[in-house]
Write a protein that binds this ligand. Structure first.
Ligand SMILES: [Zn+2]
Length: 208
């Protein structure tokens, strides 16, 4: 007598226990039962998971090219901002004066510095919104998308808006001291940059 087939039963990739599909957690196709999930996530964090083939981490150079693409997009946006802001400043009575007194010189420079501060601040707001929106919504900025990269949690899960915004500011730390925070990604087993370590994120190659 043939046993009743239960086609929907799947097997945990870790312990082999038969489990209903909706109880299994999928880590890029690596199906894990509830009992094994926490241990498996821990293994993923440590980069020793047997299913770690599930993640192909994005290395330094591919990420570098992705940031160049994002940089170009943001530079165009910054250029548009500046194109509007600078003429607005210039038309506000910058009188050509070949021999200004110190007071006059300061009066000429101060608005210039102010406008530069505004541009820096605007760039920061635009950059942070750009990263937050694209990473939280789509898992990747346009530059990363173009190169098939994705930002995920160690278990492959999505990045919340708060974490994406935090990661933007953590990147500033990475860019200090000759970009060392970025360069270390080339030496980490999971290709983590400093901001990935701070925010507990990973950059992986999309697999679809
Ligand atoms: Zn299991």
């Amino acid at each position: 007598m043939a046993p009743t087939e239960q086609p929907q039963i799947r097997f945990c990739a870790e312990c082999g226990r038969p489990t209903l599909p909706d109880e299994l957690a999928s880590f890029n196709g690596h199906m894990v039962c509830p009992d094994c999930k926490n241990t498996y996530v821990q293994k993923l964090r440590e980069g020793v998971a047997p299913g770690a083939r599930a993640f192909r981490f994005g290395g330094f150079w591919i990420r570098f090219v992705a940031s160049l693409l994002d940089g170009i997009i943001l530079a165009v946006v910054a250029g548009i901002f500046s194109a509007f802001l600078f003429p607005a400043f210039m038309s506000r009575g910058l009188v050509r004066n070949s021999n200004p007194t110190p007071e006059e010189a300061l009066a000429m420079i101060a608005p210039m510095l102010g406008i530069m501060g505004v541009i820096v601040l605007l760039n920061m707001i635009v950059g942070c919104s750009y990263e937050t929106f694209f990473i939280a919504r789509l898992g990747a900025t346009p530059g990363k998308m173009a190169l098939g990269l994705k930002v995920v949690r160690p278990d492959g899960g999505p990045i919340t808006a708060g974490r994406a915004a935090g990661r933007y500011f953590a990147k500033m730390i990475s860019s200090m001291i000759l970009m060392i925070g970025y360069i270390i990604a080339g030496f980490d087993s999971q290709k983590r940059a400093l901001h990935d370590m701070i925010c507990d994120t990973r950059v992986i190659k999309r697999q679809d």
